[in-house]
Design a protein around this ligand. Sequence first.
Ligand code: TXA
Ligand code: MG
Length: 328
Amino acid sequence: MSQFLSNCSVEALAAAARILKEGSLVAFPTETVYGLGADATNANAVGRIYEVKGRPADHPLIVHIADMKYLEQWITDIPEYAIALAREFWPGPMTLILQRSELAKDFITGGQNTVGIRIPANSLALGLLEAFHNLGGAGIAAPSANRFGQVSPTTADAVKEELDGFLVSTDLVLDGGASEVGLESTIIDCTCDLPRILRPGAITIEMIKKVTGFNISSSINKESVDAKQDDIRVSGSLENHYAPKARVFLDQKPVLGSGFIALSEIETPAGVVRLAAPKTIEEFARVLYSALREGDHHNLDSIYIAQPTGDGLSIAIRDRLSRSAKGR
Ligand code: TXA
Ligand code: MG
């Protein structure tokens, strides 16, 4: 059982940073989903992340920093287009994969020569990171704060639901309300001549094209990801991920007694439990994971989802849904 904190004053964040420095875990909100944080330079602390999540040890973790000035120590090389992306979208829902420095050890990178870095756009996360840097910390490693393969938490209660029983009394969960974006960050591999999207998110392909000037297309990106599947381990790209306990069915006629998620313009079929009726694509992304959890709270056997069509954020939503539908 961990401590649970919803009063996140400057003093509270300083105390949380000390907890991290001492090698314990702190779960914290970001604008995408909640992360389970540890000192990214402490092998034992990072080892506990893997234990608590039940995650295979060779899956790399994202290092979170508060500011671009902390980037240099983690990497050896950064292409111009990655600098442009960082300037435009950080702090924000974007992770850049770059050539690692000595500081990024195998226990962070899964033995790869690259490291994933992100500056989150959430005042509480940034406050915690600043406090941690003030204590001499280099960065906070944080995967989504769920058990391996399950739905990422977008509230502190969901973190508790996922990890209670796995966290200990010296660990801490910070409550910063619901995550604004609701889907994990866009991951962009920046180790080649062109940026490649490894995981779609709220920073969309159109946004990346605009800032870098490269005419990358999603199909080119898909081929690159497939081609690199062997040497890049993106656990979020595993087929059966983001899965609730209920079976997920996409774009099919719901059976009686099942759960139903669709845009508000789509009417609720008779005899189903409406779990969410978002008005926009952004709201769809924001409420999706909590709606899946809600379905599990209702002990539903199945959840039917009418997927949003189109580009932009819809691509990320459909990416996660297709994996949810593969089950566990
Ligand atoms: O929005 C997010 O990215 C959240 C918040 C907490 O920041 N974090 C998150 O972490 O989703 P996680 O560990 O659940 O997913 C990160 C993904 C994993 O699939 C991991 O394999 C991939 O990033 N990743 C991390 N470092 C990588 C690297 N060096 N090369 C390729 N993929 C990497
Ligand atoms: Mg995850």
